[in-house]
Design a binder for this molecule. Structure first.
Ligand SMILES: [Zn+2]
Ligand SMILES: [Zn+2]
Length: 385
């Protein structure tokens, strides 16, 4: 993607979504609306995310929608969440629907922190992005009543689609909400920080669209081709689950994964979840993107269980926005560790990138230790009880 820079250009479409050129639209707004918020833009967007997630159905054929838009689970309630929640019927996770805490920094900035909170199994990882009928149809292969994960192309496809489409929904909503915020207060949203958020959303939009198109056409054709999935079986029942659509920057040995081509980031749809007595880590990309991740996937499949856990303990907390923890796991951590986990889970943008780089170094060092004993040391945040 061409670099659009940190200013809104006169000739580009106005960020408010009017389809007019910026200079013909919000550029000339001088005053903010009288009740416009003075909070930093990212805080405003985040707070609105809680309140104004729209209801829609993302199924490719919307002419056949039936039933209410429901709270669809990104991680299946009756298989994954209930297994984690156990008799408590609750899990622990970042709850973006709760009001973030605003933490003031020394330099006067304010950063929003979403806390980990006790969440009812019924509410964990739900979004309003499918109608009743299509939620049932699209995910039938892995829902209640379906057999355990069996490595079939269909199951791999559906897991990948699920991890992708829920992130796609959130991305689409973020863009919509940003546009609304911009419209009410164009002046405040011209700051460098706001334009940076907008550029990130634009880039993501561009990155997500071809993936959406692929999934849509396969679903409409009743097929599940064109997706490559790396399956890693873990021989124990883990106490957490997670889904994400991310580009990991470092492989297990701390080497860079070259996932960005011509400015476009190629991501993997990742799902990790327990079943009775075992667990699965699934990582999928488009067939055409296989070359980027092939080496990394092979590492993951061939690694010792210690090395695999070492890597996941390092990397997953950084990508744990959607992670669900069993009450046992969360309560096994000291307050200190709970705080560290919350901090990692809230990192994003350039702070997240910086942290990932540090972790990359740590992975490289661990790989240099030929005795392999580094992989046996206990990490600060241990996801494996
Ligand atoms: Zn405008
Ligand atoms: Zn529908």
């Amino acid at each position: 993607m061409e670099l659009l820079g940190w200013k809104i250009k006169d000739t580009e479409p106005c960020p408010c979504g009017s389809n007019k050129a910026y200079k013909e639209c919000c550029k000339n707004a001088t005053e903010a609306a009288p009740n416009a918020s003075k909070k930093p833009p990212e805080v405003q967007v985040m707070e609105k995310m809680r309140a104004s997630m729209e209801k829609c159905c993302l199924y490719p054929d919307q002419t056949s929608c039936k039933g209410k838009i429901k709270e669809a689970h990104a991680l299946q309630n009756n298989k994954i969440i209930s297994l984690l929640a156990g008799s408590e019927h609750h899990v622990y996770m970042l709850n973006a629907k709760k009001k973030p805490i605003l933490v003031p920094l020394e330099n006067g900035e304010v950063i929003p922190i979403v806390e980990v909170s006790r969440t009812s199994a019924n509410d964990a990882t739900t979004e309003t992005c499918f109608c009743d009928l299509h939620d049932n149809i699209a995910f039938a292969a892995i829902e209640k009543g379906a057999p355990d994960f069996d490595d079939s192309e269909e199951m791999k496809f559906v897991y990948a689609y699920k991890a992708f489409i829920f992130e796609y929904y959130k991305q689409t909503m973020s863009m919509k909400i940003f546009r609304q915020c911009f419209k009410t207060n164009p002046k405040a949203f011209q700051s460098k920080e706001s334009v940076a958020i907008y550029r990130m959303l634009q880039l993501k939009e561009k990155e997500f669209e071809p993936i959406k198109k692929h999934f849509d056409s396969e679903i409409l054709a009743g097929a599940h081709n064109g997706i490559f999935t790396c399956v890693v079986k873990i021989a124990e029942q883990i106490k957490f689950a997670d889904y994400a659509f991310i580009a990991l920057s470092y492989d297990m040995n701390g080497n860079r994964i070259r996932h960005t081509k011509k400015g476009v980031m190629h991501r993997i749809a990742l799902t990790i979840f327990p079943e009775q007595g075992k667990s699965w880590l699934l990582m999928s990309c488009l067939e055409g993107e296989k070359k980027i991740y092939e080496k990394f996937f092979k590492q993951m499949q061939e690694a010792t269980v210690q090395k695999l856990k070492f890597y996941l303990n390092m990397m997953l907390p950084l990508f744990s926005e959607n992670m669900v923890l069993s009450p046992d796991l969360w309560k096994s951590w000291t307050e200190d560790i709970q705080g560290a986990y919350t901090y990692y889970a809230n990192l994003n943008g350039s702070d997240g990138k910086r942290m990932e780089m540090c972790l990359g170094f740590a992975l490289k060092n661990a790989n240099r230790d030929k005795s392999g004993s580094t992989y046996n040391t206990l990490p600060k945040i241990n996801l494996f009880l």
